[in-house]
Design a protein around this ligand. Structure first.
Ligand SMILES: [Zn+2]
Length: 225
């Protein structure tokens, strides 16, 4: 287990692929005792994460085949690939997410089908959540867009009041999406991540640290398969 000290406000823990190495990132002010207790409180989760790495092909990409795990709004589904020449579809059915594709489709083509479905689902969900967040924060975004990003959950162009949301958020809980939207809207009030910014976060989204931790934990989804 490694501990990294940073200028942050809340602790977070990650289990890194492919070996399941545990990394805790903490603020400078946190005591060793608190770090230890934090790690202990996460033991079950750590075990689960480590287990999920076992038996997973390393450095291989998702194949989009039956049995793979796939996430949608924070829920884990089992992918069920069915062959059809009638066109491509994605359909949640209980614990399963049915992916209908042509038999000869490549993983890349299947990924495209899933991502387009994800995008449509997210497009449908964002307006309502954004409206709620705009009401809470008291500012409006002039425009929002979805983009598949590798490193950021969201960005905000302050001058244009434009918000970009990571397509990957559709895999997380709606509360995580709400947290990211509030974060980006708060940037319209305060550009920097300073005390004023976090003061706004505390008043607009009092449990934002929990949601952020959830988002960071679930970042691991991206490494799956
Ligand atoms: Zn920010």
């Amino acid at each position: 287990m490694s501990v990294i000290k940073k200028r942050i406000k809340n602790m977070y823990i990650r289990v890194l692929p492919p070996d399941g190495k545990v990394q805790i990132t903490v603020p400078y002010t946190v005591s060793d005792d608190l770090i230890r207790r934090f790690a202990i409180s996460k033991i079950q989760w750590i075990k689960k994460q480590k287990k999920s790495f076992e038996g997973q092909p390393r450095l291989t990409k998702r194949q989009y085949i039956t049995g793979e795990s796939i996430y949608f709004w924070g829920r884990r589904y089992r992918l069920d690939v069915q062959y059809s020449d009638a066109g491509s579809h994605v359909l949640p059915a209980g614990e399963k997410l049915v992916l209908e594709v042509r038999k000869e489709s490549t993983p890349k083509q299947r990924e495209h089908v899933v991502n387009e479905w994800y995008r449509a689902q997210m497009k449908q969900a964002v307006p309502k959540i954004l409206k709620k967040c705009e009401y809470i924060v008291g500012v409006n975004a002039s425009e929002w867009r979805i983009k598949n990003m590798r490193t950021k959950w969201g960005t905000c162009n302050i001058e244009k009041k434009r918000i970009w949301l990571n397509l990957q958020l559709v895999k997380k809980t709606p509360e995580c999406l709400e947290y990211v939207i509030i974060h980006e809207l708060v940037h319209l009030l305060e550009r920097n991540h300073n005390d004023r910014f976090f003061g706004y976060m505390d008043s607009f989204c009092p449990d934002w640290r929990i949601r952020k931790a959830e988002l960071n934990q679930q970042t691991l989804d991206c490494f799956e398969g």
